[in-house]
Write a protein that binds this ligand. Structure first.
Ligand SMILES: Cc1cc2nc3c(=O)[nH]c(=O)nc-3n(C[C@H](O)[C@H](O)[C@H](O)COP(=O)(O)OP(=O)(O)OC[C@H]3O[C@@H](n4cnc5c(N)ncnc54)[C@H](O)[C@@H]3O)c2cc1C
Length: 472
């Protein structure tokens, strides 16, 4: 006989798990949320929130240093990273304690323990207080992901660190080498560049932010160059040794090996779904680089669901939360499925990048005849007035149907603009819907309207392309 029982157990308290637990509580289910570390998971504790807090601080620091250009003299600006870290931890604490109280408010019981399956209907819970068992009718697995490691760069928290370590630094490293020019690598690299690090980035593919629109990747590479970051594309980091001048990292490029000196290596080559602590075999749940699920988010075992990073890409907090709501509603008997047409992504580099839907490269691969429209931030009154003129907005639509296929943006605050593109694709909008919609002036949101008008050949504030929309 089990020590305890519940209707539904949720394993993992990240943005997938805690959202699922709260929704289940709202729907009147008896729920236990099991979390081995902190409620809020990677996103609130060691990912999205602390990184964006520090990135915001870095941006403000940079702007204060440049303020004299517009006649604002603030004197010498210095950084006290201990204080910045204290502030960041305060933000995290506010959010995580808020989530815990929201969960409790709808009757969710939060248990701090490591959970592993002993059968399809029972978990073993291990905590500092001992071991117990929990029987359940249904389960949601939301155990997240862990950093990928590569040969030659074992994480040791000293020479080679991951983003979790780097988010707690109280000293800025003089020279930092980032392995991986993807989202996390570039966000962290640009952050510490602002605080004074000399940053090198080693990326195996031939572009930064692999998978993003190629024009945007080029724009980001330009921004890195402007910030005097060293970017090594099509390059493979092989290993490192301690030399007289710090760490010597060997990099292979075009068949040749070169060495780059640095003081610390940030390994940011990606994350992978992680079910290693769960003893999934005991429940009969399959794991093949992720937990495969159907449109109701059920695993191969009907009463066990999987959501968020552990259920596979894209590894994004809002994807995890959406799946959390769907799984909770399916369990509560609602007739719903996971049916998302448009999954936005936002990258908090400088400038920011945001995108939703197909890139031009994907449209070409799929053989779709498409046309584009573009609007440069430099032509926006609001962008000029706020000194953020780098970047552009690009829209992609299908020739013939004129359906919006994708929106890709680079520029200040574009993470705040992508929601409109997401709604448009989700609603099946045609390009004219965006062009016809009145946008407030002067705002950056006008750039999306102008890009749509440009695609249609009648933008007012930029030169229009000719015959852009005719089918070939
Ligand atoms: C530096 C960084 C920045 C990021 N920035 C963004 C961003 O800006 N936007 C965005 O959308 N995404 C971002 N992400 C990704 C985002 O954090 C993840 O996609 C998201 O946290 C996934 O949510 P989840 O609920 O699936 O898992 P997680 O947040 O990983 O939560 C899983 C939880 O399960 C717990 N757990 C695991 N195994 C067990 C067990 N056996 N028993 C009990 N508990 C267990 C873990 O302790 C963890 O708390 C970032 C990630 C990183 C690392």
């Amino acid at each position: 006989m089990s020590d305890k029982n519940t209707e539904v157990v949720v394993i993992g308290g990240g943005p997938g798990g805690y959202v699922a637990a709260i929704r289940l509580g709202q729907l009147g289910k008896k729920v236990c949320l099991i979390e081995k570390e902190n409620v809020g998971g990677v996103c609130l504790n060691w990912g999205c929130i602390p990184s964006k807090a520090l990135i915001g601080a870095g941006k403000l620091y940079e702007e204060m240093q440049q303020a004299h250009e517009i006649g604002l003299n603030v004197g010498t600006v210095t950084v006290d990273l201990n204080k910045t870290q204290e502030w960041k931890s305060g933000v995290v604490k506010k959010l995580t304690s808020g989530v815990a109280s929201l969960a409790k408010n709808v009757g969710v019981e939060i248990i701090k323990a490591k959970a592993s399956f002993t059968s399809p209907n029972e978990l073993k819970l291990e905590s500092s207080e001992g071991t117990s068992t929990l029987a359940f009718e249904q389960a949601i697995i939301a155990a997240g992901s862990s950093p990928i490691e590569i040969p030659g760069f074992a994480l040791d928290g000293k020479a080679v660190v991951d983003s979790r370590d780097a988010l707690d630094w109280t000293k800025v490293p003089k020279r930092m080498l980032v392995i991986g020019g993807g989202v996390i690598g570039l966000e962290m690299g640009m952050l510490y560049q602002k605080f004074g690090s000399h940053v090198s980035v080693v990326e195996m593919t031939d572009q930064l932010l692999p998978g993003t629109d190629k024009e945007i990747a080029k724009e980001i590479a330009k921004a890195c160059k402007k910030k005097k970051m060293d970017i090594h594309l099509s390059s493979k980091a092989l290993g490192y040794e301690q030399g007289k001048d710090g760490l010597q990292v060997s990099i292979e490029k075009n068949g040749k090996t070169e060495k780059v000196a640095c003081d610390i290596i940030l390994l940011a080559v990606g994350r992978k779904p992680d079910g290693s602590s769960l003893n999934l075999e005991a429940a009969g749940v399959s794991f093949d680089r992720k937990i495969p699920v159907n449109e109701k988010l059920q695993t191969n075992v009907d009463h066990i669901y999987a959501i968020g990073d552990i259920a596979g890409p894209p590894l994004l907090a809002h994807k995890a939360s959406k799946e959390g709501v769907v799984a909770a509603e399916v369990i509560a008997g609602k007739n719903v499925i996971y049916d998302v047409r448009a999954m936005p992504g936002a990258i908090f580099t400088d400038p920011e990048v945001a995108s939703v839907g197909m890139t031009e490269e994907e449209a070409k691969e799929k053989g779709i005849d498409y046309f584009t429209g573009k609007f440069p931030m430099a032509a926006s009154g609001r962008a000029l007035a706020s000194r953020h003129t780098d970047g552009f907005v690009k829209v992609i639509a299908e020739k013939g149907s004129e359906k919006l296929l994708g929106v890709h943006m680079i520029g200040a605050h574009v993470s705040e603009l992508i929601g409109e593109g997401t709604l448009a694709i989700e609603m099946g909008a045609v390009i004219e819907d965006i062009a016809l919609t009145v946008h407030p002036h002067p705002t950056l949101s006008e750039c999306l309207m102008e890009a749509a008008e440009n695609a249609l050949g009648h933008a007012i504030h930029t030169v229009n392309k000719k015959n852009n929309r005719k089918a070939s």
